[in-house]
Design a protein around this ligand. Structure first.
Ligand SMILES: Cc1cc2nc3c(=O)[nH]c(=O)nc-3n(C[C@H](O)[C@H](O)[C@H](O)COP(=O)(O)OP(=O)(O)OC[C@H]3O[C@@H](n4cnc5c(N)ncnc54)[C@H](O)[C@@H]3O)c2cc1C
Length: 451
């Protein structure tokens, strides 16, 4: 067993890992990066990117179905294998490209699961690596549900690579991954059920708009079953039986596939953090505002593996940049700015949110005005025959600044970024209304949303 020495060892090749490895390598540091799966990380290989490409097929189906309902032409749904092949063409080379980029910068790549064997020592396979600094960016993995039959569940990563889409799917958990995949499968004509343990699905989003989205989902044929905690999963021949508690009785859903959408947790359980004296909680490695471990100063952490920021790609990227800056220029060089973090549920229509919820503004005792309106009758929705759309905007009463923006809209993914831009730069409702927008566009509608 050999030992190798590095200035920096990075655990994980996702965005929060690669950014740090590349930044250090550009400073002529000797860098190693370790990956237990394919090089590239969740967003590029098992998350945002393949998902968004698959949604192209759904958009095609959805648009033609909506326009057919408005009297225009017939319905089109691309074949599932055709759609998968399209996704593969667009994303198939990503892992190899990432590997080449890292190698081009002189970074040593180790394949295998890393774990600590000392304060600054990592084992990968038979090799021990010693690092002046270590950066943990191991991301997240599906939460263990600790129920009987858990092994019969399909993960979100597996779902994104399905050669065939089964006829009946049950999604466990009413979060964004379940809703996105459920919409995709339902638009392919599958029988889809989302099972959620409590009253509120999509908890981080505005409840009035979530109610509209649930209506849209049910109209699409999706069953959204709330207050039904999962008890166990049984396999009977080819069929999976999902057994939930529904009030005082057990209820059974038959399925061909059961998909885990019940949350993700930091992937740190197997890192043996104790060997390095690294403190962690269920939210991840505990770091200070500079993303440095509070208990082992030579260690940094970023992205889904670190406690603090929300588990989204832009946050992982910002944290990667911040950690890199602090590693290279001194431990207090910069902090992450989490003031404005937009997020989107890529259902059709899309649900998006940035800033405070109405309940948060109220809890904080702020003086604010709220406007909530359905917008199916606005031109950009009318012309595509989209019946489910709306917004809720929360404005600071004295300054007119945006405290929160919440949208259900076909264009919500782009519109929400305009609100994020406005919030980041403290623009007021009056500033937004002053702009001369190109027309007719969805973005020109934001001037009417702010009053
Ligand atoms: C289905 C899905 C859809 C998503 N959609 C969106 C979206 O639309 N928008 C958005 O902003 N975010 C989305 N996310 C979240 C986003 O993908 C993550 O927040 C982001 O990828 C986190 O980046 P990271 O670098 O922290 O971790 P990852 O990209 O997860 O990288 C961690 C890497 O570490 C590796 N690793 C783990 N343990 C070890 C070990 N012991 N040794 C070696 N390697 C290890 C993993 O294999 C992985 O490659 C989605 C996630 C999923 C699962």
């Amino acid at each position: 067993m050999g030992t190798k020495e590095y200035d920096l060892i990075v655990l994980g090749t996702g965005d929060a890992g690669q950014i740090v490895a590349l930044a250090a390598a550009k400073e002529k540091w000797k860098v190693a990066i370790i990956e237990k799966k394919a090089v590239g990380g969740t967003c590029a290989l098992w998350g945002c990117v393949p998902k968004k490409v698959l949604i192209s097929g759904e958009e095609l189906a959805n648009f033609s179905q909506r326009m057919a309902a408005a009297g225009l032409s017939s319905k089109t749904t691309p074949d599932w294998p055709e759609l998968m092949a399209f996704k593969q063409r667009l994303t198939g080379s990503y892992s190899e490209n990432s590997r080449s980029r890292l190698q081009k910068h002189g970074i040593d790549i180790y394949q295998g699961a890393a774990s600590f064997v000392g304060e600054a020592a990592i084992r990968v396979g038979e090799v021990i690596l010693q690092g002046s600094h270590i950066h943990i960016a191991t991301g997240a993995c599906p939460r263990q549900l600790k129920i009987s039959g858990e092994e019969f569940m399909t993960t979100s990563s597996e779902f994104l690579y399905l050669a065939e889409l089964p006829k009946r799917l049950v999604f466990i958990g009413g979060g964004y991954i379940s809703f996105e995949f459920a919409h995709l499968a339902a638009r392919y004509g599958r029988k889809v059920t989302i099972i959620h343990r409590s009253e509120e699905v999509l908890k981080k989003f505005d409840p009035d708009l979530v109610a509209l989205l649930v209506n849209a989902s049910e109209k699409l044929g999706i069953t959204v079953a709330i207050n039904q905690p999962l008890m166990r999963i049984e396999k009977k021949g080819d069929e999976l039986l999902v057994i939930v508690q529904a009030g005082s009785v057990e209820k059974v859903y038959g399925a061909d596939m059961v998909v885990h959408g019940a949350g993700r947790v930091p992937d740190i359980a197997d890192l043996n953090l104790e060997a390095a004296g690294i403190e962690a909680s269920q939210d991840g490695v505990i770091v200070n505002e500079y993303l440095q471990s509070i208990s082992n100063p030579r260690v940094y952490a970023a992205g889904d593996a670190a406690a603090g920021g929300v588990p989204l790609t832009p946050v992982a990227m910002v944290e990667g940049k911040v950690a890199a800056g602090n590693l290279i220029h001194g431990s207090k060089y910069q902090r992450a700015d989490y003031r404005v973090v937009p997020s989107v549920v890529f259902t059709l229509p899309k649900l998006a949110s940035v800033g405070l919820q109405e309940t948060e503004a109220s809890k904080q005792g702020l003086q604010y005005d709220v406007s909530f309106r359905e917008t199916a009758d606005w031109l950009h929705n009318l012309r595509i025959n989209e019946p489910f759309a709306g917004f809720k905007i929360i404005l600071d009463r004295s300054t007119g600044r945006i405290l929160g923006a919440h949208l259900l809209d076909s264009h919500a993914d782009d519109l929400i970024n305009l609100f994020a831009l406005a919030m980041q730069h403290n623009l007021t409702a009056a500033d937004i209304k002053q702009v001369l927008y190109a027309y007719p566009t969805a973005s020109s509608s934001i001037q009417y949303m702010v009053g």
